[in-house]
Design a protein around this ligand. Structure first.
Ligand code: CMP
Length: 140
């Protein structure tokens, strides 16, 4: 079924001017960008988004990294979008991601793995609603 997923281009890839290169990969993979904006997250916004990781050893470095510079947030639409985008992303750790995946090609470590994607349709719905109003999403 036509599905939506949520994507973040993290501060590392925005800082190295890789937005266009990554958008081209998304579009070539059939993941249509139906919403997008640039944001510089506050501590509160980052903590709210990553609440499920609170208390983990990487939580504070993750929040520090995610608030270190602007990010791009996207809604991607396609048949089976969640799974398709996860295949394009590759493994969470760039060192373990297959060649040709976004995290292999644009990530440099952990937490700076370049990109985020929802892990399920339920996460996608929650994450999209965290950043976008309904009238900011433009399917076509
Ligand atoms: P993301 O897909 O956005 O989900 C949580 C993020 O936390 C992950 O990408 C990484 O940026 C970061 N992360 C997850 N596990 C670790 C870890 N073991 N060490 C450092 N950062 C991590």
């Amino acid at each position: 079924a036509l599905e939506r997923t949520f994507s973040i281009l993290k501060p590392d890839v925005v800082a190295k001017d890789a937005i266009g290169a990554i958008y081209a990969r998304m579009e070539a993979a059939g993941l249509r960008i139906v919403a997008a904006k640039m944001l510089h997250l506050s501590q509160e916004q980052a903590a709210g988004f990553y609440a499920e990781h609170e208390g983990k050893p990487f939580y504070l470095p993750l929040i520090e990294f995610m608030t270190s510079g602007p990010i791009m947030v996207q809604v991607l639409e396609a048949e089976n979008a969640v799974q398709r985008y996860r295949e394009l992303l590759g493994a969470t750790n760039p060192a373990e991601a297959a060649a040709g995946t976004l995290r292999h090609d644009f990530g440099t470590g952990m937490p700076p793995n370049g990109t985020h994607g929802s892990d399920s349709p339920e996460s996608a719905a929650r994450e999209i609603a965290y950043f976008f109003e309904d009238n900011e999403i433009c399917p076509r």
